[in-house]
Ligand binder design. Sequence first.
Ligand SMILES: *Cc1c(COP(=O)(O)O)cnc(C)c1O
Length: 460
Amino acid sequence: MPVKPVATDPRRSLPSVDRLLSHQFLAAAAAEHGRELAVEVARAVLAAARATLQAGGATPTLDGLAAEVAGRLVATARGTLYPVINATGVIIHTNLGRAPLSQAARAAMDAVAAGYSNLEYDLDAGERGSRYLHAETLLCRLTGAEAGLAVNNNAGAIFLVLSALAVGREVVISRGQLVEIGGGFRIPDVLRQSGARLVEVGTTNRTHLRDFQEAIGPETALLLRVHSSNFRQIGFTAEVSLADMVELGRKAGVPVVDDLGSGSLLDTTRYGLAAEPMVQQSVAAGADLVTFSGDKLLGGPQAGLIVGRQALVAQLRHHPLARTLRVDKSTLAGLQATLLHYLRGEAEREVPVWRMIAEPLDALGARADGWAAALCARGLAAEVIPSTSAIGGGALPGETLPTRAVALTHPDPDALAAALRRGDPPVVVRVAEGRVLLDPRTTPPAEDSALLAAVVAAWG
Ligand SMILES: *Cc1c(COP(=O)(O)O)cnc(C)c1O
């Protein structure tokens, strides 16, 4: 007698968590990532499948469910922060982690990270020492300053300077320099937050020495200059030179603080670029404090560097905020190793940011030719074209370096770029005039084969 089919709930067709985890795809994955995590992920996948069924979707296969669990386990184990290939040609790419570090910097960071160090221990005296010493000696030698201090980042450096030296008092700054650095970091907001009072002088396009002169009074704590890192003013403009500000500050007994943003220890004009302010020049011009980033043109780990007068740096060091902004041992080790490259005169060769800036066009062309040939051999539409690389990181806005890029002609360039971003390793590219561009300037040769494999895989 035929059995009358019963109208079963389709959700009943889903396997149990145990049955799913005993699938052949998953036995190894569950062992690797731990049973607890595997159960949690399997539950989540089954819950999603149940919801799909309830909404009238198709019943998934057991293999499909197992593959989904395995994929999610791998993604969880990978974490959310990992290396990517930067083929954009933007050297100091803030979204991609700014400066890649030199081999020596990485080795120095690893050495102190792996064990103990004399971070705050004076080995000669056998007693407590200062962590600040490690950055200060080199910063002073390289910039000519009396004293120096490294904190978490340059935004923190400015905040510390304002909090320690100007709370409840006035800071005079040109209207043309009330800038937004990026990520919502606005100089007027930082000033307010620090407890200092902002006194804007001049106009958006023109500020004169007499504007500063007229603003100085008994409440003036500092004269502040901020480098317009990420934009350029052209036309009918005027700013007061640092030398003039210093002369005025001396007469009035008011310290002058120069926030360089990136700042540079090397002369950018030697590389066919506009002049990015050099830290040594600001110190020589008499700025009482100069602040700059560790991970922009310096090419080191994230840090905010402050150099200047001994008495002022001592005030910063003793302010409670210095503790909240302090740098860890691996940052100090990486910073020290990076600064040593400058001391030895080998920064252009050893610091990746400078190596990328200095890379000759024919070397870039040869690498692009190699990439294009390899991609064409795989049947992809690739050709080498003249293009430009950018400095990025709020340094030298609008300045570019000539490069040779590989242009990929694909029916859907945005889809190709998206597939490259989702690859393993992810590759970040530029899309220009309907083509995907790969710039060899920011991709070290060691990444060549990974990059080419990623492009072939993403092509579809
Ligand atoms: C980049 C920049 C900052 C902030 O530096 P971080 O190291 O990113 O905190 C501050 N001021 C200027 C002018 C900058 O260009």
